[in-house]
Design a protein around this ligand. Structure first.
Ligand code: GDP
Length: 385
């Protein structure tokens, strides 16, 4: 056989075996690895864990560079005088709001600014330390000792979290008529050190407010591409999810699913107030009630009470009531009763079956347009996603 004599075939295709052509691969294990690997599918539960809405960060500004210490000297100028330059300033640590960042998960627990360089000979100044930018999502609240020190609500907004230390002075700086050969210089100052608490308040346009199991996550899935977990037990969704509703004229309305609201949430029951803060920034609210439960208007009253207890005036934001689960028989009986009780418009729909979602889309757009108009009339730019 040609194999025995070390003759390799020119083509990598080996002779036909069992009616199939085999390509030459060195061993079975390699051929296995050569197949294109698919990305591992992450379960929804794991995905939601990446959303982080608060972080404690220690920030330290860069240390200033020390002053230089040297004397100039050359053959015909032996006592050329002091020529140690000043050190460079340490770099600041700056928090910068970025639209691309959606959670605080990429923020590390500790940041150290860049140090300034030492002053050199021949009056060379040390370079300043560069600024260290930490990207945070738009809507980040910076707190120190419980007090709000910054609120980054616009894309590109910056906050200096820690100033770098000033650079030291070189011995040239101390040259005077009294002292023609100063030998002293100062070291650089240490950077500012602070411990900050970052808190994220989602800045969606609309917030889905409702008790557990009314179908908020199902609704967000139905109207957008967001994929919050759906199951028939309370607290399935553990993080606020933001879904984007896209309209044909390329306008986008961000809708947030705010989980964990139960009776007594303002007293920190259940998941408590940790999620109520996400409602604060929503421009309008979508109250979701389960129509299949008897007396659904009680849900609405309780929801408004919880919001009002958390922050005064929160329940008076522009809103619309959504009656979910209209596909169930009990809901059809409860719907007219609910309308009668609240005397307001109720958008009855089924998130599961997708019934009557168009009415919600249209009303959402109306609310969004009014929001944009009022912001523009005030001379402010509306939040866009
Ligand atoms: P959430 O806790 O408010 O986010 O509620 P989920 O979206 O997790 O839904 C809770 C349960 O209600 C799930 O078992 C859903 O299948 C069910 N559900 C949601 N929407 C509808 C609906 O329109 N009709 C019916 N029949 N069931 C629904």
């Amino acid at each position: 056989s040609p194999w025995r004599w070390g003759l390799l075939p020119l083509s990598p295709v080996l002779p036909e075996r069992g009616g199939r052509l085999f390509f030459s691969t060195s061993c079975a294990r390699c051929s296995k690895n050569r197949r294109l690997r698919q990305k591992r599918v992450i379960s929804e539960r794991k995905l939601t864990r990446y959303f982080v809405d608060h972080r404690k960060v220690r920030v330290v500004g860069g240390q200033g560079g020390g002053g230089g210490h040297s004397f100039y000297s050359e053959p015909r100028k032996i006592f050329g005088g002091p020529d140690g330059g000043n050190g460079g300033d340490g770099g600041n640590v700056i928090l910068k709001a970025d639209q691309q960042v959606k959670s605080l998960s990429s923020v590390l627990p500790f940041y150290q600014g860049f140090h300034g360089e030492r002053g050199g000979r021949k009056n060379c100044y040390g370079a300043n330390g560069a600024c260290l930018y930490v990207k945070v999502p738009v809507g980040t609240l910076v707190k120190e000792d419980g007090k709000v020190v910054a609120d980054l609500t616009q894309h590109g907004e910056e906050y200096v979290a820690a100033y770098g230390g000033a650079g030291g002075k070189g011995n040239r700086f101390f040259l005077s008529n009294e002292n023609r050969a100063p030998t002293f210089f100062t070291p650089g100052e240490p950077g500012q050190e602070r411990v900050l608490h970052l808190e994220l308040k989602t800045t969606a346009h609309a917030g889905l407010v409702g008790f557990p199991n009314v179908g908020k996550s199902s609704l967000l899935r139905a109207i957008s591409r967001a994929r919050p977990a759906v199951a028939a037990y309370p607290f399935t969704t553990l993080n606020p999810h933001v879904g984007i509703v896209q309209y044909q004229d390329y306008e986008q309305v961000a809708v947030a699913d705010i989980p964990g609201l139960i009776k007594g949430a303002h007293q920190n029951r259940g998941l408590g107030m940790s999620f109520l803060r996400h409602i604060e920034r929503c421009r309008f609210l979508l109250y979701v009630v389960d129509l299949s439960v008897p007396q659904p208007w009680i849900q609405l009253e309780d929801l408004k009470y919880e919001l009002e207890q958390y922050q005064k005036g929160l329940s008076e934001r522009p809103c619309v009531v959504i009656g979910n689960k209209i596909d169930l028989a009990e809901s059809r009986i409860n719907l007219p009763l609910l309308k009668e009780q609240i005397g307001d418009r109720v958008i009855a729909l089924s998130a599961l079956k997708g019934d009557n979602l168009e009415e919600l889309f249209l009303h959402l757009r109306e609310l969004y347009d009014t929001y944009v108009k009022t912001e523009q009339s005030r001379g402010q730019s509306p939040v866009k996603w």
